[in-house]
Design a protein around this ligand. Structure first.
Ligand code: 9WN
Length: 441
């Protein structure tokens, strides 16, 4: 890509992040579709800001952690705005203020999202060597992330294996991934199980690119279950039908642990606890989640004691966390290469297996390319020195944004995406901008 083009994208991306910032304090993923502050989105947003306005980067994380609960849990949405902005489930749905350990001054959701904040903090620190303000911020912020990780090990790991469970598909960050299809089919919703509710997402984005109404009923069912248990992980573990040790979620936890260890040793902080967690987590992830017949890692369904053996993008983020041996890493790299070389012309990296009959190139997490996932996969491939594949993942993404705009997700089929001339879901999307900024900085 030419220097002029890179400059153009950099300027557009920084403009999007500035435009999506509300009250100068927090950035919404997309002003229309997602009008509050989201957990892992804001992590990527902070990284994006760190390239041109590090004060905003630090402010972004501070605002997000205003929503942290007393037990360390970081909710997936923080509702700084009390207005009903046209999103379901909005601030009043969760009833977080009825929970004693939730913040008093701001409403939040009761589920969490992939813990990216440790490595985001490391990115910000590394981008600003010698900046005393950044150093002080990182030192002060460190215990908040440590508390978050402690929450996962204490409340979300009933067998003390070193892997955290999630109890809602939204917590995986990959809402309607085919990973969850069979498991959610086991949930029978009876009349009266869920309250009436109204979706807005499918009025604002094309419904064929969004989860189905059936998916939403399950989301509400699981939120109701969480609410009944005051979102207490230990209680939920006893009777929730959806209890999953997810690949992406745990890879993020492990990579963020690693970041805390590295930052802690640079800043003279105590890293003993996080080192112990991480040593166990890395081993369990590699041993328990690898499925030889799939030649990949797969999430583990704790209630039914089985792997969810499907080829899906979360497995590939294990590279960024340094989990696989060189041999397993090559297997993962070969798979990505095989997709990039398909005769029917695919950009990498689709979120789901293009050869599976559930694959749907348009529908949300059932196939499209997602910006933050390409960033994570790129970082992992680079870590293992798979330079060519890493470059492909990066250039395919930049080409999509350059040709089609800053969308939420994209069609991986070259012929279709190039003819369509647009991406899917929301536009002027914050993490799309953030990833562009980091890739071309
Ligand atoms: C539910 C904000 C979020 C992302 C998720 C993505 C989508 C929300 C929704 O949007 O989920 O959290 O309403 O569909 O799946 O990863 O954080 O961008």
């Amino acid at each position: 890509m030419s220097i002029e083009n890179q400059e153009k994208l950099f300027n557009q991306a920084s403009q999007i992040l500035n435009d999506n910032t509300w009250d100068g304090r927090y950035t919404v993923p997309s002003a229309n579709l997602y009008p509050y502050q989201w957990n892992w989105d804001s992590g990527f947003v902070a990284m994006g800001f760190a390239h041109f306005d590090v004060s905003r980067a630090m402010r972004e994380l501070k605002s997000l952690f205003e929503g942290q609960w007393a037990n360390g849990m970081l909710p997936h949405i923080v509702f700084h705005s009390k207005k009903r902005e046209g999103y379901f489930p909005g601030p009043s749905y969760w009833e977080s203020k009825k929970v004693a350990i939730a913040p008093r001054h701001v409403g939040t959701s009761g589920i969490t999202q992939p813990p990216v904040h440790g490595f985001i903090l490391e990115q910000i620190f590394n981008l600003h060597p010698g900046n005393e303000e950044v150093k002080d911020f990182v030192t002060a912020f460190y215990p908040k992330i440590l508390n978050l990780h402690r929450y996962f090990y204490e409340y979300r790991d009933p067998n003390k294996e070193g892997l955290a469970f999630i109890f809602h598909p939204w917590a995986s960050g990959r809402d309607n991934s085919p990973l969850w299809d069979d498991l959610v089919k086991t949930i029978q919703i009876k009349p009266g199980d869920i309250p009436p509710y109204k979706r807005y997402d499918n009025l604002k984005a094309d419904p064929s690119e969004r989860p189905s109404d059936k998916d939403y009923d399950i989301y509400v069912y699981l939120m109701e279950l969480g609410k009944r248990h005051q979102y207490d992980g230990k209680e939920i573990a006893k009777d929730c039908p959806f209890l999953v040790q997810d690949t992406l979620f745990n890879a993020m936890l492990i990579r963020s642990n690693e970041a805390l260890i590295k930052l802690g040793s640079k800043l003279g902080l105590d890293t003993k606890e996080v080192e112990e967690w991480n040593a166990q987590s890395k081993i369990t992830f590699d041993q328990k989640l690898w499925v030889e017949s799939l030649l990949s890692y797969a999430p583990y369904d704790l209630q039914n004691d089985r792997h969810i053996a499907l080829k899906e993008i979360g497995a590939f983020t294990s590279l960024y966390a340094g989990i696989p041996s060189d041999n397993r890493a090559s297997i993962l790299n070969d798979y990505i290469t095989s997709i990039a070389n398909r005769p029917d012309g695919f950009r990498v990296m689709p979120s789901f297996d293009p050869d599976h009959n559930i694959f749907d190139a348009r529908r949300y997490w059932k196939g499209p390319i997602w910006p933050q996932m390409n960033w994570l996969v790129h970082q992992g491939l680079a870590r293992y020195d798979f330079k060519e594949t890493a470059n492909q993942v990066k250039s395919d993404f930049l080409e999509l944004v350059d040709n089609l705009g800053f969308h939420e997700y994209f069609d991986p089929r070259k012929s279709v995406a190039d003819q369509l001339k647009h991406g899917y879901g929301g536009n002027h999307f914050s993490w799309t901008a953030a990833v562009v900024l980091d890739f071309i900085a």
